[in-house]
Design a protein around this ligand. Structure first.
Ligand code: NAD
Length: 294
């Protein structure tokens, strides 16, 4: 193994500590305690686990957590009414509606009903548009985490060649915008890209956000490149159970890359830490205070 391992768990713990410090300062100096409302409809086990972790971290960082659990049979008007109530609640600075929503609900109608100032997931078209226009915006948490991880290796990404594999609204596209804001030269590759290995080999920075287990091989990677693996894929394990792997063939890629994130323990922990960052930022903006130091 030649690559430096980018320890997302430790970096996220450090970031959560900084958020807790800012929350303490805001509470003491301004009587402002940021609050995050999380809405879960139905009982998808993965969603329940994510929502539980988010609530736990929210409380650990000193913020207020508001949990809203709704049955899988919830109607769209009921969900919209809850979003409206949270938009109007001054104790709530961030609203997160956990996806996927039950099939009778139009997810984009619900996400678009969230006040953009409280849209800590950064999925509202107003925030996507502001981000693309270079205006202050709440940016999606996973891409924010990816940038912070890359910057632990190179403090400046200016002029670097970045390749993002995947063009989703949740990861690929916002990552493109954040990388442009860091002055990187960015290529976004996707399922129709011709000769993806050759495109990837140009990159000083590779971001894999595809959802295909171990698709990115060692010979796709330029020696010394930074590899940030967003993928979370469950595959069968030898013991008959299952294990989680990323979109990058980690063991072989680590022989070529300069630095690489493991899965699990890379991007995943950063996503929740960045949700906390966004909640503190939203609270400061709403209160008319300068942006926090995180
Ligand atoms: P998505 O399914 O919305 O998008 C996948 C993208 O990959 C698409 O844009 C598609 O064009 C591209 N793609 C598909 N097949 C390809 C191929 N053969 N070659 C090149 N590109 C191809 O997925 P998403 O929501 O962006 O998530 C991507 C992965 O990241 C998933 O594994 C997901 O579980 C994971 N994820 C992790 C976190 C985290 O916190 N770590 C957060 C969000 C998503």
């Amino acid at each position: 193994m030649t690559a430096r391992i980018i320890d997302g768990k430790a970096i996220a713990a450090d970031l959560r500590g900084k958020v807790a410090g800012e929350v303490k300062r805001l509470t003491q100096a301004h009587g402002l305690t940021p609050g995050l409302a999380v809405v879960l409809a139905g009982n998808n086990p993965a969603s329940e686990s994510y929502v539980g972790s988010k609530a736990k971290v929210t409380l650990e960082t000193g913020m207020r957590s508001f949990d809203h659990r709704l049955p899988a049979s919830v109607s769209q008007p009921e969900l919209l009414a809850l979003v409206k109530q949270l938009n109007a609640d001054p104790a709530v600075h961030g609203i997160l509606v956990q996806l996927p929503l039950p099939e009778q609900v139009d997810a984009s109608a619900v996400l678009n009903a969230i006040d953009p100032a409280k849209d800590v997931d950064g999925f509202h078209p107003v925030n996507a548009g502001r981000l693309a226009s270079g205006l202050p915006a709440l940016a999606p948490c996973t891409p924010l985490g990816c940038i912070l991880l890359a910057k632990t290796v190179h403090a400046s990404l200016t002029g670097m060649e970045a390749v993002v594999i995947g063009r989703s609204n949740i990861v690929g596209k916002p990552l493109l915008q954040l990388l442009l804001a860091e002055n990187a030269t960015v290529t976004v590759a996707h399922s129709r890209t011709r000769d993806l290995p050759a495109v990837c080999r140009r990159a000083d920075l590779v971001f894999a956000a595809v959802g295909r287990p171990e698709m990115v091989r060692a010979d796709w990677i330029k020696p010394g490149a930074i590899v940030i693996d967003v993928g979370i894929n469950r595959v069968p394990a030898a013991n008959g159970k299952s294990r989680i792997v990323g979109d990058v063939a980690y063991a072989e890629a680590a022989e070529v890359a300069g630095a690489i994130t493991p899965v699990p323990g890379g991007v995943g922990p950063m996503t929740i830490a960045c949700l906390m960052v966004n909640t503190v930022r939203a609270a400061c903006a709403t209160a008319g205070l300068p942006p926090p130091a995180v």
